[in-house]
Design a protein around this ligand. Structure first.
Ligand code: PBG
Ligand code: ZN
Length: 326
């Protein structure tokens, strides 16, 4: 009988020590950015029913959450605001006394080392729930840029370390860059939601941020999930416009896009492990159908393997604990 020829790939998996020596992707708590939802009012800690473990917090309840994030060694948070009142042009977004501006000042005062990222969009502040200025059934591009730029400057003035525009208007990066520079914030980086698909995975977030569009959908500004080349065009535009980080969103169904973007740009790439991805895992875990810890760590590792340098995730606190062996 002839000798079978094959490679013994299992040799490198023979012990935990060996496996850890050849591991190619290492997940660490320093990779995480934790989203926070801040709402007007007093003593509010509302759990989002579709996102177990995630809360809308009033300013007086915010710090307990922030302390926990800091004590777990998570380096950064991203802030979303729910204002008391909404109007046609999202005034609350660029008010220096707006909810995110006050939250930013509060956090930076107590924890100057925590990196505060401000999500820059209008949908949480507009009564129609769209991410820009609306005329009839259209979401107008250029008039929205001016309001976004004002929002970014107001957030930087409040002490935000990074501006993260998420509204998918064309030219938002250069408009914000120019406004920040003119206001003296040339050292504040822009983390652009460069590649953002029109996704059903944002459903639970819209409960949390109370930001569902009141008519139509976001398909004229967010991307078609079927498209891949378009992601590279979006990424390229934001690089040219001066972005410092690029976000790919959602993450799990778009890992191919993450890799494409990583291979084509020289900027740090951020995965946004969005609300619907979190809710699905939580629901299955609560039913006892999956091992939550193993599923979450595997999922987050896959995002890094696909090219993400950082991950925005609602699992951040749990994952940080699990990585510490707690
Ligand atoms: C707002 C915004 C959305 C998310 C982040 N910023 C929702 C949307 O575009 O409707 C989604 C985040 C998530 O689902 O976790 N522009
Ligand atoms: Zn928006």
């Amino acid at each position: 009988m002839t000798q079978l020829q094959f490679r013994r790939n299992r040799r490198l998996r023979n012990s935990a020590a060996l496996r850890s020596m050849v591991r190619e992707t290492i997940l660490q708590k320093e990779d995480f950015i934790y989203p926070l939802f801040i709402i007007e009012g007093e003593n509010v800690k509302n759990e989002i029913s579709s996102m177990p473990g995630i809360y809308q917090l009033s300013l007086d309840r915010l710090m307990e959450e922030v302390e926990e994030v800091v004590s777990l060694g998570i380096p950064s948070v991203i802030l979303f605001g729910i204002p008391a009142e909404k109007d046609a042009t999202g005034t609350g977004a660029y008010n220096d006394e707006g909810i995110v501006q006050r939250a930013t000042r509060l956090i930076k005062e107590k924890h100057p080392e925590l990196v505060v990222i401000a999500d820059t969009c209008l949908c949480e502040y507009t009564d129609h729930g769209h991410c820009g200025v609306v005329h009839g059934s259209d979401v107008l591009n250029d008039p929205s840029l001016e309001l976004l730029a004002k929002t970014a400057v107001s957030q930087a003035k409040a002490g935000a370390d990074i501006i993260a525009p998420s509204n998918m208007m064309d030219g938002f990066v250069v408009a914000i860059r120019q406004a920040l520079d003119e206001a003296g914030y040339e050292n504040v980086p822009i983390m652009s939601y460069a590649v953002k698909y029109a996704s059903a995975y944002y459903g639970p977030f819209r409960d949390a941020a109370e930001s569902a569009p009141q008519f139509g959908d976001r398909k004229t500004y967010q991307m078609d999930p079927a498209n891949r080349m378009e992601a590279l065009r979006e990424a390229e535009s934001d690089v040219m416009e001066g972005a410092d980080f690029l976000i790919v969103k959602p993450a799990l169904s778009y890992l191919d896009i993450m890799r494409d973007v990583k291979n084509n740009v020289l900027l740090p790439v951020v995965a946004y492990n969005v609300s619907g991805e979190y809710s699905m895992v939580k629901a299955a875990a609560q039913n006892g159908w999956i091992d939550e810890k193993e599923i979450v760590l595997e999922t987050l590792t896959s995002m890094k393997r696909a090219g993400a340098d950082l991950i925005m995730t609602y699992h951040a606190k749990d994952a940080a604990r699990w990585l510490e062996g707690k």
